[in-house]
Design a protein around this ligand. Structure first.
Ligand code: UD1
Ligand code: UDP
Length: 369
């Protein structure tokens, strides 16, 4: 049996690794185990429960207001012990979080081959997003196998002299997850969303990135507030990230405003259904830039740069920056320019077809099986 250890620790990694964990579990000849750092706790557990994944190892490292140094050191020590204990023949990490980097480094220290899922995303700015851009570049240097979601991601890796035969373009596993979960039944009234008037134009807002903490986040929310106050047929659904630094600003600026529904982070199932029913998405999230176009929802990206230029090229997303004026202009543009809205809603999703996990599993079996 080929022993494969999948490592993740935060909500988005869990969502994107879940289809692969399932595909590996179903693959004959593979002994698959899951190690979670639990860099996130509640938000990770929500995903584990939706996908019915029971981790074999749970390091439970999350602490309130943890620093990058806390997470890096606890994850590295814990994951090194897991690798020493089970002795996998292949370690899989995902994306660009601190867990990703620690997992790839732990595999390297143990001289265990490492596969990087969602490899090759780049902005070329080492501080945007911070620290993810450097996490993924370092992970690429440590990894042996690179599962790139798109041809553009493959090109980024080739430019960094990663060997062509070690790169596999697979699509993004988030589309596998989305297509699976969004087909399931869901009653949205259970999730603090009873008051939402779906006849109005509902903006789905998420915002959590480290580089947006403080002033940028405040300015973004001011733009949202301005739009809500001016246009009575607009509502906002904002599942607020668990990070206390995000929660304070969100509630300060948007709390108590009519038609601003600030709710707890949603389980992936209701979240997919909100995504399906909303009018547009306003977000600094990485994953949402990929998911929203699969359901025909235009995305306004709350960043100065994106590592997903495919979305801009395909016309499924626009970059709004993080200033009050630019965010408000982007919002009003999409709310009132019908032709622009239709064009973005109809653009073809460039991020995958729902078969990524199967492709990655096939590559693993061909090369190791
Ligand atoms: C992390 C990732 C980021 C990813 C994001 C997804 C790093 C450096 N950052 O950022 O790349 O986009 O997750 O959401 O890896 N908290 C809870 N409960 C939870 C989760 C978080 O209370 O379930 C609070 C804790 O106080 C924790 C804080 O949020 O200390 C920050 O969590 P952390 O994982 O360090 O950073 P994120 O900003 O969530
Ligand atoms: N998501 C969720 N519930 C929420 C908000 C987001 O399930 O309340 C999902 C979303 O569909 C996407 C992922 O979480 O797949 C994005 O996570 P996040 O924004 O935390 O991280 P990022 O994508 O920025 O790394």
């Amino acid at each position: 049996m080929l022993k494969v250890l999948s490592i993740f620790g935060t909500r988005p990694e869990a969502i994107k690794m879940a289809p692969l964990v399932k595909a590996l579990a179903a693959q004959s000849g593979v002994a698959s185990k899951v190690a979670v750092t639990a860099q996130h706790r509640e938000m990770l557990d929500q995903v584990l429960s939706v996908f019915a994944i029971k981790p074999d190892y749970d390091l439970d490292i999350m602490r309130p207001e943890q620093t990058l140094e806390d997470v890096t050191s606890a994850a590295l020590r814990g994951l090194s012990s897991v690798i020493a204990d089970w002795q996998p023949q292949l370690v899989l990490v995902h994306g660009d979080t601190t867990t990703t980097l620690a997992g790839a480094l732990a595999a390297f220290y143990a001289k265990t081959p490492c596969g990087h899922v969602e490899a090759g995303l780049r902005t070329a700015d080492k501080y945007a997003p911070y620290p993810e851009e450097i996490n993924r570049r370092l992970t690429a240097a440590l990894a042996d196998w690179h599962f790139a979601p798109t041809p553009a991601a493959e090109q980024n890796l080739l430019k960094e002299n990663v060997a062509r035969e070690k790169i596999f373009v697979t699509g993004n596993t988030v589309i596998d997850a989305l297509l699976d979960v969004s087909q399931r039944e869901c009653d949205l009234s259970q999730y603090g969303l009873r008051q939402v008037d779906w006849q109005k134009r509902v903006i789905l807002l998420t915002c959590h990135r480290r580089e947006n903490w403080g002033r940028p986040m405040h300015d973004i929310f001011q733009a949202v507030k301005g739009v809500l106050e001016r246009y009575k047929d607009v509502e906002v659904v904002f599942p607020v990230h668990k990070n206390p630094l995000v929660r304070v600003i969100a509630h300060q600026v948007l709390g108590g405003l009519p038609r601003a529904r600030l709710v707890e982070p949603l389980d992936y199932l209701p979240f997919c259904h909100v995504l399906r029913r909303c009018h547009l998405v306003l977000t600094d999230s990485g994953g949402l830039q990929e998911e929203a176009p699969a359901l025909g929802k235009p995305v306004i990206v709350l960043r100065e740069v994106t590592e997903r230029p495919e979305a801009l090229e395909a016309g499924t997303a626009v970059l709004a920056g993080v200033g009050t004026a630019s965010v408000r202009a982007a919002l009003e543009g999409l709310l009132f320019d019908k032709a622009l809205y239709e064009k973005m809603a109809r653009a073809v999703n460039p991020f995958g077809d729902g078969q990524a996990a199967q492709r990655i599993t096939e590559v693993i079996m061909k090369n190791f099986g």
